[in-house]
Design a binder for this molecule. Structure first.
Ligand code: NDP
Length: 452
């Protein structure tokens, strides 16, 4: 049987673009790709990239303060949101164009339209065109989820944060995950008075408890008003803004309410259920370790599968799919020991098990140190850095590493290589320090802080 395409990819985000490029450019497959919005997906257009640029923008007030301590005369500084936005738009246009040229250089045919599945080998575009394909890859990502409650329509999500007409004076961020905590810090850094409501006992659930405590203390010390055990019951439009009536009995007014209460996979209306593709409770596509669904010609990668919702994971899953199906190299991406960073201020880098998860698994030693880094101490700032290693008593392997520090994301990338290779605590100890740095503490912690 002949097909229009060897592969049709639905979704031009990180996972879909990688799979399409490798299948076509490296393995010579005939590939079509449909994207209903802008090329690049969540990461490039409304996620990691614009978020990180906002993190950079929001860090300058602290840098100006520090500069004074280092002898600089710094005049009054003012943030121009509109100027930042227009520069951001130019940068995103550049990146989107780069994605498009990567695809066209690899020989991928791009269709700027929504695509749905008609049968296991056929897709239909919004304009009615249909194409047959030997394989179909669903890489449609996810979208912000806002729970149902009175006044929910008054809230914005991370999608709307880059297009705000003006920056609010007072903002409420709801949620305690990556996105909520990062945006609380970004808005605070840009001069917004920020409150964060989180229904649980401590923000950043799932991460190491000590690191979570360290970050929330630092966020509070900077002036972010974090309320744990607090949720919004309803939002009401007022003359001056939006009133948030909360479960702790408070009623407070804000100019902006941002919800970051998780994301849901984009599977609605794709026609998957009718073809017998099974979906999980949140709507995520269920796949095996090769990203194959129960329908053999249909595969899925990235956030739409709800495995680990991170860009580099989607990229690896997409690449592994192309290697498996078109490169005759069966490859399953290993979801263990994926490092990640949370771009709060201070930043967190984390790989492997938290102290709590490791303790539940086996006897461990914990090496942990919190100290004032040189740069902040000189500037008279109270900031502390946290460096923490979780070590197996039986194998001496480092099971987890957690860093809360400026540039922690950069540090954890390197620590992750050693941990991935199975480094023991003694391997860390044998490694000579780089001085003077913050990360040298990772190789100089001699005595366990505690055993468990
Ligand atoms: P998360 O799953 O990280 O956090 C969702 C938060 O919302 C949790 O605090 C959760 O509480 C809370 N929540 C969920 N449902 C409700 C509800 N009905 N009412 C009130 N609160 C609720 O999701 P995010 O949206 O922050 O991020 C989505 C994903 O994107 C992340 O999992 C991450 O993989 C990825 N991401 C990664 C980043 C990075 O690598 N730096 C940055 C941004 C996103 P509870 O803890 O009680 O469940």
């Amino acid at each position: 049987m002949t097909f229009d395409y060897d592969l049709f990819v639905i979704g031009g985000g990180s996972g879909g673009v990688r799979a399409a490029r490798v299948a076509s450019g490296e393995y010579g497959a005939k590939v079509g790709l449909a994207e209903e919005s802008r090329m690049g997906g969540t990461c490039v257009i409304r996620g990691c990239v614009p978020k990180k640029l906002m993190v950079f923008a929001s860090g300058f007030p602290e840098a100006f303060d520090e500069a004074r301590a280092y002898g600089w005369e710094v005049g009054a500084a003012r943030f121009d949101w509109t100027r930042f936005q227009s520069h951001l738009a130019t940068e995103l246009d550049r990146l989107e164009a780069a994605y498009r040229s990567t695809l066209s250089n690899a020989g991928v045919v791009v269709h700027d339209a929504r695509a749905t599945l008609v049968d296991p080998h056929r897709v239909r575009l919004a304009d009615g065109q249909e194409f047959s394909a030997r394989h179909i890859l669903v890489a449609t990502g996810g979208r912000p989820f806002v729970p149902e409650f009175p006044g929910a329509e008054l809230a914005v999500t991370s999608n709307g944060m880059f297009d705000l007409a003006t920056l609010p004076k007072r903002a409420l961020v709801v949620g305690g995950g990556y996105i909520a905590s990062e945006f609380a810090c970004i808005l605070h850094g840009l001069g917004v008075k920020v409150s964060q409501y989180y229904r649980g006992a401590q923000i950043l659930r799932g991460f190491d408890d000590e690191a979570r405590g360290h970050i929330s203390n630092a966020m509070r010390a900077r002036g972010i008003d974090i309320h744990c055990g607090t949720d919004v019951m309803r939002l009401e439009r007022t003359q001056g803004g939006i009133r948030a009536v909360a479960t702790d009995g408070t009623e407070r007014e804000f100019d902006l309410v941002m919800y970051a209460t998780g994301r849901r996979p984009n599977t609605e209306g794709l026609g998957l259920e009718a073809l017998g593709v099974s979906l999980g409770r949140q709507g995520q596509i269920e796949v095996d370790r090769y990203s194959q669904t129960g329908v053999p010609s249909i595969f899925a990668v990235g956030d739409v599968t709800g495995r680990i919702n991170l860009t580099p994971v989607a990229i690896r899953e997409g690449h592994a799919f192309a290697d498996t199906v078109f490169g005759a190299k069966p490859t399953a991406f290993d979801h263990e020991l994926v490092a990640s960073a949370v771009f709060t201020q201070p930043e967190m880098g984390s790989v492997g098990l938290s102290e709590e998860a490791a303790r539940a698994q086996e006897p461990i030693e914990v090496y942990s140190t919190a100290f004032r880094p040189m740069k902040a101490a000189f500037a008279g700032k109270p900031d502390r850095v946290l460096m923490k290693l979780i070590v197996s008593q039986a194998t001496r392997k480092v099971l987890g590493c957690h860093i809360v520090a400026p540039e922690a994301g950069e540090m954890i990338q390197l620590a992750a290589i050693a941990i991935r290779m199975g480094a023991t605590k003694e391997d860390f100890d044998r490694t000579c320090a780089v001085h003077p740095t913050m990360a040298e503490e990772l190789v100089t912690m001699r005595k366990p802080t505690r055993s468990a």
